[in-house]
Write a protein that binds this ligand. Structure first.
Ligand SMILES: [Fe+2]
Length: 353
């Protein structure tokens, strides 16, 4: 049973800015989730057992050479803006020469979520097969997430902080969503990437049972919860450790949305390129949310990670450049719009399975 959560206008952010707000809300009535117990036990005999025990796992989903071609296309996308970015000239690896992003390279504007590049990745058999195993069905819909292109040696990135969070409301019980990150470059310990608090997915429910669920801290969506350093101590005392997930080009990093995580920027010489993909069973979608998703697809708008509920569609507004003005290159439309195929139509919810 999908859960639709409404937001009051006051809760909608004006733009995609980091906006941590402490919110006090009465606990919502959430019906039991159909798949809540799916990852209770490590009984699969494959990589899904790691999703249960550690809260994350790494699956080979796209051949290495093909993944590196996707990385190349990501760089071509950045070079397609008339801002002077040159991948061979470090002096141009600055905000003024790049499309607007947050956290040193996370892109949400410019209709990026609907670039052909991102849709080609969502249609990769290896990615669809992995999510089919997660849920036990190949009839899937996808989130309209963005991606990251993080250049190394950046000197002008101001927004920092670790931003430890989980992408699931602390009001939910059990498994709700599995998130994915398609890694498109070699990614070792110094290369930036995903940090996960190993083992936290199994403990979050107990944490909130003990400490209460009176308020939550989010930049907007219901399914987001930020954790302070102090709150993390409880998890450390129970054996949880922060782990930098390393991966090869074409690896899909999957994590349970109850797993606490954040990202880090490159410390070495290598760029970090990845996209975020989250798929879930099409049958979880209500007709109301299906229409909202079709509208998002047609107007090139993004969604949150959860593809079937609490879509959190935001009206288009051009991203703001550092001087506060609208970026003239953000029309809300992708540079290379996707060609609608049967597969895409099903992954959006335009066409039923
Ligand atoms: Fe997240």
């Amino acid at each position: 049973m999908p859960i639709a959560v409404d937001y009051t206008p006051a809760e909608k952010p004006d733009s995609f800015k980091k906006r941590f707000t402490e919110r006090s809300t009465p606990p919502p009535e959430l019906p039991p989730f159909f798949y809540a117990n799916r990852f209770d036990k490590p009984e699969f005999g494959d990589w899904r057992d790691e999703l249960v025990t550690k809260g994350y796992t790494v699956v080979k989903a796209v051949p290495t050479e093909k993944a590196l071609e996707y990385r190349e296309r990501a760089f071509q996308w950045m070079e397609s803006f008339p801002l002077g970015f040159d991948r061979n000239d470090e002096k141009t690896w600055k905000n003024e020469h790049l499309p607007v992003h947050i956290k040193g390279g996370m892109f949400h504007g410019y209709g990026f979520s609907h670039e052909q590049l991102l849709w080609d990745l969502r249609c990769e058999d290896g990615i669809i097969d992995a999510f089919a195993k997660v849920w036990g069905t190949s009839e899937l819909i996808t989130s309209f997430d963005g991606g990251s292109i993080m250049l190394p040696k950046r000197v002008d990135v101001m927004d920092g902080g670790k931003w430890e969070h989980m992408d699931q409301s602390h009001h939910r019980r059990g498994f709700y969503c599995c998130q994915g990150l398609v890694n498109l470059n070699y990614n070792g310990p110094e290369d930036g990437g995903l940090m996960v608090l190993e083992g936290s997915s199994k403990l979050v429910e107990e944490y909130f049972d003990v400490h209460g669920r009176n308020s939550y801290k989010s930049w907007g969506p219901f399914d987001w919860h930020g954790f302070t350093e102090e709150q993390q101590q409880w998890f450390f005392e129970r054996g949880c450790k922060w782990v930098k997930v390393c991966a090869e080009p074409g690896d899909l990093i999957l994590w349970d949305s109850r797993t606490m995580h954040y990202n880090v920027r490159p410390k070495g010489d290598r760029d970090r390129v990845c996209t975020y993909i989250c798929m879930a069973p099409a049958h979880l979608l209500t007709e109301e949310d299906r229409k909202l998703r079709v509208d998002c697809f047609e107007s090139s708008r993004g969604t949150t990670h959860v593809p079937f509920a609490a879509i959190y569609a935001r009206e288009f507004e051009p991203v703001k450049r550092a001087d506060g003005t609208d970026c003239p290159h953000d029309t809300g439309k992708p540079r290379n719009p996707p060609v609608l195929t049967d597969k895409i139509a099903k992954l959006v919810g335009i066409k039923p399975y």
